[in-house]
Ligand binder design. Structure first.
Ligand code: NAP
Length: 263
């Protein structure tokens, strides 16, 4: 990866928080740690704060002192998941947990443990909570965006209004959805043939042009990594973008993280 010139990669969540959020970072990976300690619900706010602090400091330590980008992963547990609410999630809402964790991320940035901070899978209502609390807004929101999973318009508007950049995960349809990936490939094959590019390069370029987003394709093969770095020497026409929007299948790889799914 380093030989290819890749400077930023996303490592998996190294430490999950007891109320369902994880802290992830985008940086050069070192190692991962095991499962987080189990914390019982009645330990309340103080313990939650300690858990967030621990997750952040472990992450920074593993990365040699600081993370380039530290994200708060998921605003809570999706609706329908068989989960009890922790005590910081008062009245069936994860709001207090989110704000508690976000304050810790702000502090981590002030302390030099993270260069930039952001969130993941937040919808507009979650972002507005941060604004209403008078806290610094996230620089990034990492969300699923692909030709098959269009960005929610309200969220898009909300992010533009707050200067929040989109980091698009699963931009090729998701690692665990091979059927969807194949459908996507097929839907752009004629554009790819005309441009002399692979279907995946066209799909990534589509997300960049259509949503002004940073794409985060997952790739274990060096050939794919090299192809995914070569996205800025060709362009789709306006007609290409419109045709792909109209013909691509509609299915998100992670419907449980779509706006409105996490209270
Ligand atoms: N924040 C969240 O909730 C969340 C959720 C899901 C994923 N993510 C993150 O999003 C990133 C990517 O998502 P993802 O891996 O699920 O899905 P993805 O990027 O849509 O798809 C990954 C798949 O596409 C293949 N691929 C990549 N580049 C290719 C190319 N140029 N040509 C052909 N095939 C190519 C990969 O194959 P090879 O591996 O064989 O190269 C892999 O099977 C990861 O960093 C992941 O951690 C975040």
């Amino acid at each position: 990866m380093l030989e290819l010139g890749i400077q930023q990669v996303q490592v998996s969540c190294v430490s999950c928080l007891w109320f369902g959020a994880c802290v992830c970072q985008v940086s050069i990976p070192t190692t991962t740690v095991g499962a987080p300690p189990q914390v019982s619900q009645h330990q309340g706010h103080l313990r939650a704060r300690e858990e967030v602090e621990l997750a952040i400091s472990q992450t920074a330590q593993q990365l040699g002192g600081y993370a380039d980008v530290l994200l708060l992963h998921t605003p809570g547990r999706p609706l329908g998941e068989n989960a009890t609410f922790p005590s910081c999630a008062a009245q069936g809402s994860w709001k207090e947990c989110r704000l508690l964790a976000w304050r810790q991320l702000i502090r981590a940035q002030q302390d030099g443990l993270a260069k930039e901070i952001g969130v993941s899978n937040f919808d507009c209502s979650h972002l507005k909570e941060i604004e209403a609390a008078g806290l610094r807004m996230p620089l990034y929101n990492q969300i699923e965006v692909s030709a098959a999973c269009p960005m929610n318009e309200e969220l898009r508007f909300c992010q533009v209004a707050h200067g929040i950049h989109t980091l698009a995960y699963s931009p090729l349809g998701g690692a665990y959805t091979p059927k969807l990936r194949e459908q996507l490939r097929t839907s752009v094959s004629s554009v790819a043939a005309r441009l002399g590019r692979s279907s995946e390069q066209v799909l990534l370029r589509y997300v960049i042009q259509r949503y002004d987003a940073v794409v985060l394709p997952g790739a274990s093969s060096v050939k794919h990594m090299a192809a995914n770095l070569d996205l800025f020497r060709f362009e789709l026409t306006k007609d290409d973008v419109e045709a792909i929007s109209a013909s691509a299948p509609r299915e998100c790889a992670y419907p449980m993280y779509q706006p409105g799914q996490i209270p």
